[in-house]
Design a protein around this ligand. Structure first.
Ligand code: GLA
Length: 734
């Protein structure tokens, strides 16, 4: 076995090779020092440096080094880290502006370093490895512009067993003159040939992450967020596949940006039919000055490849995020079944209402009560109070300590809601520090949910909120925090004295959020943090570094949730998906569907409830008691099993999915019927992921099913069918 047959990072014959279990990534610095991208795809042995093509092509300029060779042009060569200014007219990954407002970069290869372990990024989330058995390695490649005195250090991390390759870039000003970074994409991939599709996840508040697949053609397709957060509107995730790839077959690449601010993803087929894919920071509203000696670090893109279809790319992401992004005690622990007060009481909360919920919940086996919005400052609706994180004892009727003690006496843990980056004008904090809110100078602010955004690019603002939160968290036995963020950022203007360039603010804001998250999670390692942004407006791998679960959507309607959770599953594991059973008619859609359906759908995530238990019948209560028991029975399989999408709820008659144990000994298959018609045609649920050749027994009926038949034709639904009804089978290898 030669070096390059093993997993790891190798440099041989001038070629860098990154080998993971099932994929290979290759690049090389050519004779002029330009770093060419050679290959990323199914595992191969040997070199792919025969791929880049040459030719004398009109309007494709030639770098001076090429002399009279008109066949060498960066306009069509596959490039590892494309920049503006060397004759490549495709989209650059990196762009700067100099003091005289000119631009242009010429980065050439200088050196490399390979080391064991996975790099980390200061102040930013990043994939980590804590075990030598991960075989993680890091490659650093240094490129420099000798005239502009700019260094780009390209960082690559590999987790070979998970087929994960990460990318980030660190830019350093080696010169005397200040320049500004105008664009920095951590990942750029050039494919010299082939026809590809792009799967993206678009949406809106309460309807996040709808999957849409389109061919990549001769025009740029862009997904992005200009909202200062990763957003409800597009997820910072790109799945790119050969146009014949399916859920279970074919070549698929996944790119997942571990960042919670604005982003941009681009896909374009160029004039010569090569395809460029990029993902990284949003370049609009980014203009980041770097003075002599300063560094700027790009957040990381997590990449994975599979030639076994889209489903496998998802499972690679799931494993990486669950174990190598999520941190803390709750990374590995089954999360408590919670009851959240929001849809039960909204702002109308008090000691009595919270204790009533806790008491009712404890009788049903629920393990934690979360007091949502409305407990602090002057907060009877969403027009005031944000920024004043002090319990309103008058409204609640007692201190937080007393309330939590009483909740604990019912046998439940206690959790609480915060919205740390926000401020209402009607708050003591705003009255004391109006300049702590982002707001264009001389203009009235643009309000969202009648609130403004605190200027987290200022460390003193982050510190002040941290201190307020610590006082609350230190005063009582709080075991869970829901961290919300309920508007998009509009007024990107900081009043901080040291901001000489407002183009820094959005990036520094996100780093401010991360600094607060780091301080809180290290000071309170036993608290379970759940992210939220009006549901899933900040549902990204960046936040998951701090909050191992995130409220997936404000939409609790089980039918809509099958689609939202389907889209979410392409890049994120069920263990990160906050999902609750709520009341019917549903508060967002008015739809009525059975309790079982609501339970089965919520079980495809971190399970909980969000309803007033006093408003349901004793039969429904009994159903909840059974549901909690059943969730607990399957919780380990749901958290640690492999996830398979069995149907597409946007086009199929059912939404069906399965959690399959890693050793394939058992599977929990769930299906929700989305269509019902007169004289209904029979429905079969196709089941993938079981062990071929094996036979499985349905635990409830005792029926035996050969795995291969389930995969080829499916499991028939034999119960009487009904619109929105859910079916669940626990299959155990016979
Ligand atoms: C957001 C969240 C909800 C709830 C409310 C409280 O909309 O997504 O779950 O916490 O805020 O105001």
């Amino acid at each position: 076995m030669t070096d390059s047959n093993k997993n790891g990072i190798f440099f041989r014959d001038g070629i860098f090779t990154l080998q993971t279990k099932n994929s290979t990534y290759q690049m090389k610095a050519d004779k002029f020092g330009f770093l060419l991208h050679l290959y990323y795809g199914r595992k191969m042995f040997g070199n792919a440096d025969f791929l880049p093509h040459q030719g004398d092509r009109g309007f494709s300029p030639n770098p001076y080094d090429a002399g009279s060779d008109r066949t060498y042009s960066l306009d069509f060569l596959p490039l590892e880290f494309p920049v503006r200014g060397v004759g490549d007219f495709r989209s650059p990954a990196f762009d700067v502006k100099y003091a005289d407002s000119s631009w242009g970069l010429d980065l050439r290869y200088k050196s490399y370093k390979i080391s064991d372990g996975k790099y980390s990024l200061s102040g930013l989330p990043a994939v980590y490895s804590e075990k030598a058995s991960d075989e993680a390695q890091t490659l650093e490649i240094i490129l420099e512009d000798d005239v502009a005195k700019i260094q780009a250090k390209l960082l690559y991390g590999i987790l070979p067993k998970l087929d994960i390759i990460t990318r980030s870039v660190e830019v350093t000003n080696l010169g005397e003159e200040t320049f500004t970074i105008e664009k920095l994409q951590a990942a750029s991939l050039d494919f010299v040939a082939g026809n590809y599709d792009f799967i993206k996840f678009y949406g809106r508040h309460a309807m996040e992450r709808n999957a849409e697949r389109t061919p990549i053609t001769h025009c740029a397709q862009v997904i992005s967020s200009r909202r200062g957060t990763s957003s409800h509107q597009y997820s910072p995730v790109m799945i790119v596949c050969k146009n014949d790839a399916t859920e279970n077959s074919g070549s698929v690449w996944g790119l997942n940006f571990a960042y919670s601010g604005g982003f941009k993803g681009e896909a374009e087929k160029d004039q010569f039919n090569s395809t460029r894919i990029q993902l990284g920071l949003q370049d609009e509203m980014l203009s980041y000055p770097l003075h002599k000696g300063e560094k700027f670090v790009s957040p990381e893109v997590i990449m994975t490849y599979s030639n076994n279809g889209i489903g496998q790319v998802s499972r690679n992401f799931h494993k990486c995020i669950a174990k190598n992004i999520c941190r803390g005690k709750y990374r590995d622990e089954i999360r408590p079944v919670l009851l959240n007060s929001w849809e039960a009481n909204y702002f109308n909360i008090s000691k009595d209402s919270i204790l009533k919920l806790a008491k009712d919940a404890s009788e049903l086996g629920i393990e934690m009560l979360v007091m949502d919005d409305g407990w602090f400052g002057k907060r009877d609706d969403d027009n005031s109070g944000l920024g004043d994180w002090i319990i309103n004892e008058k409204k609640i009727g007692c201190s937080l300590k007393e309330l939590v003690e009483k909740v604990n006496e019912t046998g439940l843990k206690f959790g609480i809601w915060f919205e740390p980056e926000m401020i209402n004008e009607d708050s003591d904090l705003y009255r004391a520090h109006p300049d702590w809110a982002l707001n264009f100078k001389g203009r009235k602010p643009v309000r969202g949910r009648n609130q403004l955004v605190l200027d987290y690019s200022r460390p003193e603002v982050v510190e002040a909120i941290f201190e307020q939160m610590c006082k609350v968290l230190d005063s009582a036995n709080v075991e869970y925090v829901k961290w919300d963020f309920n508007r998009s950022i509009n007024d990107v203007y900081s009043y901080a004295e040291n901001v000489e360039n407002q183009g820094k603010v959005l990036y520094d804001f996100v780093k401010g959020t991360y600094s607060l998250a780091e301080k809180l999670t290290s000071r309170y390692p036993n608290i379970l943090f759940e992210g939220c942004s009006g549901g899933g407006g900040r549902f990204d791998a960046g936040m998951m570094f701090y909050t191992p679960q995130i409220w997936c959507s404000d939409n609790t309607d089980a039918i809509d949730r099958t689609r939202i959770q389907y889209g979410t599953s392409f890049a994120f594991p069920a263990s990160t998906v906050g999902s609750h059973v709520s009341i019917v008619p549903n508060h967002q859609t008015g739809r009525v569907c059975p309790m079982k359906t609501r339970g089965v759908v919520a079980m495809a995530g971190t399970f909980g409830y969000e309803l007033d238990l006093a408003k349901i019948t004793s039969e429904e209560k009994e159903e909840i008691r059974e549901q909690v028991k059943s969730y607990k029975k399957y919780a380990n399989l749901i958290k640690n099993g492999d996830y398979y999408r069995l149907t597409n709820p946007f086009t199929d008659e059912t939404a069906s999915w399965a959690f399959v144990a890693e050793d394939k000994s058992e599977a929990l298959v769930s299906s929700v019927q989305l269509e019902m018609h007169g004289n209904m045609t029979p429905l079969y649920v196709p089941i993938f992921g079981l062990e071929n050749g094996a036979v499985y027994r349905d635990e409830e009926s005792g029926n035996l099913y050969p795995a291969d038949v389930l995969e080829e034709l499916g499991l028939p639904i034999t119960e009487p069918m009904l619109h929105f009804k859910a079916y669940q089978w626990h299959l155990v290898k016979a």
